[in-house]
Design a protein. Structure first.
Ligand code: URA
Length: 272
């Protein structure tokens, strides 16, 4: 009975608000009005001095709390990444890292896939929708093309043999909203983790796919200019290649990608 009358009272209050024109929820997040009132009531009323029409103290905005000291998110990333002793430790360090806003919008942390003993580490950009749902890098259409590309030179993420296997990870472990490009700040935060990741896997070569990993590892963009040319980063040979998502949009560029795969195969033979 009592609940019944509470329900009708709440409904009547809602109808009253709608009559007043408040018929739309505008804020992104709910506001607890009880807390706001309690906080404003705790403000000591000030005697009126000059302005006769100044709002009563109880209705004045509550002073914002003093700002917390700024955190150096990159320094923190460096510190926790360096402390990771192995890949599990690195994954845990990433899971506990709270400074990257992308984490809030992502479903899962996409860490890596493949064989950690592989000679080739593939570094991509960031998880997309499929990767975010499955928690593994490169599992959508671009990932299927990536698998076919590397299979053409005898490499696979599922091969147990280190000689024939791949290890795959991304610069970003959280999906950016609407698959937007990660910002330079977000890349800078992830870089210490990427560097530690590469050090722990210790591959013979790193293949960077697309502009984001080139920006992160090489400090350069312009994949069309960079692709197919070996360079060095973190003491490893690095080969930039077109991203498979780009190749899906520009299939005529697959010829270049094929040349790059043959280049990789040749490098693996000479460094065997
Ligand atoms: N694109 C990437 O760069 N990485 C993924 O994991 C998926 C798509």
């Amino acid at each position: 009975m009592e609940h019944d009358s509470e329900f009708h009272a709440a409904l009547a209050a809602l109808a009253w608000q709608i009559d007043l024109g408040a018929d739309e929820a505008i804020g992104e997040v709910p506001v607890n009005r009880y807390e706001a009132v309690a906080a404003s009531e705790s403000v000591v009323p000030q005697p009126q001095t000059t302005a006769p029409f100044a709002p009563p103290a109880a209705r004045r905005a509550v002073e914002p709390p003093p700002e917390a000291p700024a955190v150096d998110a990159v320094a923190e990333a460096r510190h926790v990444a360096a402390a990771a002793r192995d890949l599990d430790g690195l994954r845990e360090a990433l899971a506990a890292y709270e400074h990257c806003e992308l984490k809030k919008g992502a479903r899962t942390l996409v860490f890596a896939d493949g064989n950690p003993r592989a000679r080739v580490l593939v570094l991509g950009e960031a998880p997309g929708r499929d990767e975010d749902m499955q928690g593994k890098p490169f599992v959508g259409r671009a990932g299927q093309l990536l698998d076919r590309m590397f299979a053409a030179i005898g490499l696979s993420r599922t091969a147990p043999d280190a000689e024939k296997s791949l290890y795959i990870t991304n610069v970003m472990v959280w999906r950016p909203p609407q698959n937007r490009d990660p910002s330079p700040e977000e890349i800078a935060m992830m870089l210490p983790f990427v560097e530690r990741h590469i050090a722990l896997v210790d591959p013979d070569v790193v293949v960077v796919m697309g502009n984001t990993p080139c920006a992160a590892l090489l400090g350069q963009r312009g994949i069309t200019r960079l692709r197919g040319k070996w360079t060095q980063a973190l003491g490893k040979p690095v080969l930039p290649m077109f991203h498979p998502a780009f190749l899906l949009r520009q299939p005529h560029m697959k010829r270049e990608a094929w040349a790059d795969l043959l280049e990789l195969q040749a490098k693996l033979r000479v460094t065997a």
